[in-house]
Design a protein around this ligand. Sequence first.
Ligand code: FAD
Length: 467
Amino acid sequence: MEKCIIWFRNDLRLQNNLTIKNLIDRNSSVLPIYILDTNSLGSASKTWLYRSLYELDKQLKNQLKVYDGNAVNIIERLIENYQITQISWNRKFDYKSIQEEQLVKNIAKKYNVREFIYNSSLLMNPEDTLKKDGTPYRVFTPFYKNNYLGLNHNAFSINTNDIIILENKEDKNIDLLKDHLIPEHTWYEKFDRYWEPGEIGAQKRLREFLDKGLLGYAEGRNRPDLDNVSRLSPHIHFGEISPNEVANSLGDIDNEDKERFYTELVWREFSHNLLFFNPKLDTTNLQDKFNSFPWLKNKAYLDAWQTGNTGYPIVDAGMRELWETGYMHNRVRMIVGSFLVKNLLHHWHSGRDWFKDTLLDADDANNNASWQWVAGTGADAAPYFRIFNPVTQSQKFDPNAEYIRKFVPEIGDLPNTYIHDPSNAPKTVLDNSGVKLGKNYPSSIVNLKESRQRALSAFSELKKTSS
Ligand SMILES: Cc1cc2nc3c(=O)[nH]c(=O)nc-3n(C[C@H](O)[C@H](O)[C@H](O)COP(=O)(O)OP(=O)(O)OC[C@H]3O[C@@H](n4cnc5c(N)ncnc54)[C@H](O)[C@@H]3O)c2cc1C
């Protein structure tokens, strides 16, 4: 029987996983491994990873072996020690992982080990999505229409009893990673109230969404006070569920809700394509005219933003949702992002870094591409001069202020007319609601009109210098 290493990466599941399916089809025995690479992880997503590996290990009858170190050296040692004849993995699409895969391929070649490499994390390989002229798309709509409309999405199930685990002596269980992944700060413990990491949790989340969220998604997805979004993002990021399975579960895309949800899955593909074709997406503005943009650095502003103390309730609710749950609703991500880069004139990198550290779904492709989108520096981005007004956004998308009241309870007694902008509420209304600006809730840290004007002026200076 052939002996195969399966190198788990962002595909922490057994169902709908091509490496597993093909392993069983080949009738090979397996040494399942995971090699830690903390580069792309923030504090929150590390805690998720730990839990997710734990679940995968349980599914593999406690035979998942985990390592911390250089993937190439570790794999070479395992090939020698276990007379491995095959290796299999699912591709990742960031530059560092691509380089690493190349080195592992070289090792496989050296030992005459056959490699089986698949894509189980994107609906399409980036190389197959190019324009007719062979260049990558930079605009979403044609990217979507020309590649994804009418695409088939296969789902398949695995009989886990068919997985034959190779007998091995490696003393490398999950606990070895605990110190690397679980921080001393215990803020993450409350995430257990909201999430169930792992493949089983992902499946439950999908079913719940299909039962309760999908109907009305097209409109409801913009409302942080409603339960229409799937909250699948950390599960999808770690590959606990395959995007193909998610797309397949929609059946025929025959209504607006399904179409809109499918479009969001394709936005994820678009971000991964941007990262694949622009390996420096994290450091380089896709529109280089922004390289000389006069970003400000103001620690007090940044602290207020991070801790949810800007005096703009929708921004504060979003930042507190993030701290409380490790997640933030997409509409609110856009509002807090615009507020940081436009009203506070902070570089998008500072927002990206905070999100990377605190989001459970922190993802180098989605996070960098979305921040570039919000900042106006990216491909097919919101133009810089489109500046969200957090008060009108709040009135429109959280009309009854239920989301605000949940995360900013100290202003909960304000009437709906004033709760979106307490700094402009009459003193009597504040007094009657127990709100003392500057004491139990901050006054707004910037004036919206002035800060908007400041951003627009900086932008028009940029246009002059770059034209
Ligand atoms: C500033 C900013 C930073 C972001 N950082 C991340 C990040 O680090 N990781 C991340 O997964 N998403 C990120 N997003 C995209 C989006 O906000 C989340 O994917 C979405 O909110 C996840 O919630 P959900 O699973 O309930 O989404 P749903 O609305 O249920 O969508 C289903 C799935 O589609 C994908 N998706 C949805 N919206 C987007 C989008 N705009 N771009 C790309 N993929 C999308 C996700 O995989 C999501 O799970 C960011 C957005 C902004 C504006």
